[in-house]
Write a protein that binds this ligand. Sequence first.
Ligand code: COM
Length: 498
Amino acid sequence: MTVLYNNRKPFDNYDTTCKGYDVIFIGGGASGRFGSSYFKAMGGNQLTIETDNHLGGKCCKNACVLHHYLYDITVELDKARNWDMKEYWPKIPNNNGKVEILPILRDYLIGREYVYDFMWYQSKQQLNLQFLLMRPAEILDKNTVRVEGKGEFRSKYLVISTGSRAAVPPVPGNRLKGVFTYANFLDLDYEPNNVVVVGASKTGIPWACFFNAVGCNTTLVEMTPALSQFNLDDDVRDYTIKMMKYRGLTIMDNTTLVSINGDGSAQSVTVKIADGQTKTIKADLVFLGTGSTPHSDVAAPLELEIGTQKQIVVNKRMQTSIPNVYASGDVTGGIMEMWKARQAGMIATKNILGNPAELETDIYCDSLHSFYETSWVGMTEKEAKEKLDRVFTVTMPIKGYPNLNPLPVAEGSMLYAHQWPELTGFQKIVYDAKTRKIVGAQHVGYGGKDSFQYLLYMIKKGATIDEIANLTELFLNPTHFIQLSRLRAGMKNLVDLA
Ligand code: COM
């Protein structure tokens, strides 16, 4: 490995003589960094103030990037376990059936320094953002921010992009050793055996699958019916759940966390199941995937409108209740996704610069990591059938096909397709049969997530099945939507094929 070129020290990049800016961004995470970059690129004079020692926020610290890192390991270990018995496959490295977690986390921490350094280099060398790291910002009034040890800075506009923090449910035992969220997971200093993950959320599910993949006896506990919060059809939801259970993950839904029990450190979890009975599950590690709370405390001196979830209330232009004060990203509550954080920062900038722009959240694409990617966009088949006169869908595997279906044979699934076809994935595209326009799509598999970003654009543009049939697919394209659509596009009347 090459020696880390750590040029981040002394962490700051700003003109010490400049005390007045067009805009100060408080928070240098995804929203603050993208808002600031856009502002700088548009010729504005910005200062970004971040409490942590890097730009890029929790994404690269312990949230999205860690989640994807663990997902990648999950998929590799899952494949390794499935093929372990084949003579041509390397044996999975394990210790009594388990793969150790601590070396995996050690390597993440090493790699994270490269990511931090990259964020710093890109922001400083390429974009010449003005920023101050490792300094909390204190708002004195809507035009003045004090930074300890650096003095007071003035600006015409303020953008608060202070993100969110892991939410911890108020149950007994929630502070015991061995209770983790994404935020402190990297502090893990022992190898767990029995894990309970609370919350079948976009955080809880990938962590649960990771624990299962490394060989921990893992139970996923969820208050609602599993995956019901996601805009998925039952067949896509059922397939995703079935694939988790196939790997030995125990899923207890309609089940509420009552307490975490232990003497100093977690030993078990008590839950209440649907019929009202309580049950105790052994757990030497409890992972809480129970959402995030907007981190809006810094705004207190301004007396902005704050919502019941502690979010700073903004309109679609990211304007708060006080003129010239904006907020963007997780701190505004609602959808807490990377795309929203980044777009919202950019939208705040556009409006500050006098180019009116609004954040659109009516329709968006989304995805969930388990042992697969489950991705979705637009209407489900069920929703389309409720709202439209006639609906046309194409699914893979084909409904009712009597034989084992070696499809979808997408990148990353070819091995499954030829040996365990039922593990290859599931996909569906939904059209309005009358207008022939695509209205939604769903996919479980590998490598298909990317196409959903573009499917969203096509839905917004009103693309028809005939246009999709004319796209150029790079075989094997993971979602198969182009060729599946092409096979049907010749039909004058779109009707589902048996
Ligand atoms: C990504 C962080 S890890 S940012 O959105 O590029 O700032």
